[in-house]
Design a protein around this ligand. Sequence first.
Ligand code: IPM
Ligand code: MN
Length: 360
Amino acid sequence: MKAQIAFLPGDGVGPEVLAQARRVLETIGRMFNHTFDIVEGDIGGVAIDRYDSPLPKPTIELVQKSNAVLLGAVGDKKYDVLPAAKKPERGLLDLRTLLGNYANLRPVFVFDPLADSSTVRAEVVRGVDIMFVRELLGGIYFGTPRMREGNRAVDTEVYTVEEVRRVSRVAFELARTRRKHVTSVDKANVLETSILWRQTVAEVAKDYPDVTLANLYVDNCAMQLIIKPKQFDVVVTNNLFGDILSDEGGVLAGSLGMLPSASIGGPVGFYEPVHGSAPDIAGMGKANPIGAIGSVAMMLEHSFKLPELGSRVQRAISRAIDKGYRTADIFSPGQTLVSTTQMGDAICKLIESSDANYAT
Ligand code: IPM
Ligand code: MN
């Protein structure tokens, strides 16, 4: 196949992790005769510096004519002084809206050798395999009114039945391909939007009699994720709760640097590692590229309908971990400390080698 992919490296460690994601795509393309035409664009802080806008026009045009988009990260303290509407993060939020991907899939998978890397006990996290489905285009991130009036500020949480319905369907469909259990997370003991959320999810559940549904309040869910994370299969929740709980998921996986994500539902799939720009380690070769490379695996599966190649990348990641390669964030004594590029090397070699057929 032939596809154009927009690469938006952004800020901080974004360019470093995307450089490794690029090598992985090129390796797959070369091996399986796919033409992946990678075109770079600016977003976030680098775009503010160059175009005075976190999502400039050339980037908008680029993503609209691409088949998929991979983003690195956005944000830097340097832009803290700017109003919310001009911050690097605004570029990312506007891009999500532009592309119309309402379901953000954030898998949290604990690789067996990393069970000891979590601050949560190994026996609690070993075997965890959760798919967070975060609503991405609504809720308090986008609701109006939204304003600052001197000593008073307002944000608004808004959801419609249709917005909840469509993301719930994604969650139930995914559950069907997994362990057939959905946990919907809300705050229905307090919030109107959550009452609507819970009712709507229950309606959608009727179309999926083969999938079980549990409801949890978000405060309890935050606790259950640490106490008994193996109870979760698919977790569906709103934009804000999904943002918070997926970072907690990163703790289970050993590092936020491990987590990939895919945003689907619109015509152009959007992929990004869950970690942020990490300006404190930018340019030092310390960043973990696995979140970005895992996002490429998700792109192969969801945008290009090449699930077997997505699995091949996923298995190579798993094998690199098995072989003891560790970036600083997941390092423990006795393992091999590697740089961002060396981790990319290891994974590309494993994609190429028959080792990648090893099933884990
Ligand atoms: C994420 C990030 C973003 C979000 C920020 C950078 C706008 O934290 O993707 O989880 O809050 O969605
Ligand atoms: Mn976040």
